[in-house]
Design a binder for this molecule. Sequence first.
Ligand code: BEZ
Ligand code: FE
Length: 283
Amino acid sequence: MSVTTQAVQSFQHIDDARHRTLITALVQKLHDYINEVQLTEAEWMQAIQFLTQTGQLCHEQRQEYILLSDVLGISMLVDQINHQKSEVQTPSTVFGPFFIADMPVRNFADSIVIENAEQCRPLLIKGNIRNTQGEAIANAYIDVWQTADNGMYSGQDPEQQIDNLRGVFVSQADGAYAIKSILPVSYEIPSDGTVGQLLNYAKRTFWRPAHIHFKIVAEGYQPLVTHIFLENDEYLQNDAVFGVKDRLIVCHESKQADPQSQAVYGLDCDYDLMEYDFILSEA
Ligand code: BEZ
Ligand code: FE
């Protein structure tokens, strides 16, 4: 009996059928791959060292394995298999490694800019949370996070307060939400680890087009993890993690201060506006 057959069969006694499939198929495909490329011992050792170093880089604030999954296109493949069952719902995209749970709950139209707010032109992001029938979803929890102008997230950048450019908003009775922020910038994903070595070696880009992250959770609906991307960003066609979907690209308009934006959104100066409705699928 071949070593492949022996190794695959050695996992036949796992009780859980799904786990048995996952492990036996993985062992079979790894053996097929190694046979196909006729892996040398030196290459095997290099792969072991790469995976070891990747694991050693991981800690609570850094997940090099998620980053590896992202640049290999695996995160987006898993996303594609598990979401987008309907044409109507808002497309999901990659979660990324920079989400932080339990951020402050903020009020309608609050700003998530905690530092240097006075230096920046405000961006108003507003719209509605709706279901696939177009009905309003009240009390949806909208987690939002984005980088500062330096292209770094709080948690990644020791200079930023942890809740800078992050927060949780709750949709109103009519499904409306409004968030004050700043226009996002394109930025490079971390390049100082094993993923960086791999991308450099492959002469690949580190850039992600400018975007804002959202995670939206509402009772009775499937959670949605997505971004909105800024129209015309130079990296939209060449995202390092393959996360761009056309329906997530949003234009922004330049607006002048007016009494209504002052009264409803607390905006007392000129601002940029992005409007986007998020559509959730029933659970
Ligand atoms: C992000 O958009 O935050 C991100 C996604 C994947 C890899 C690195 C960063
Ligand atoms: Fe991001």
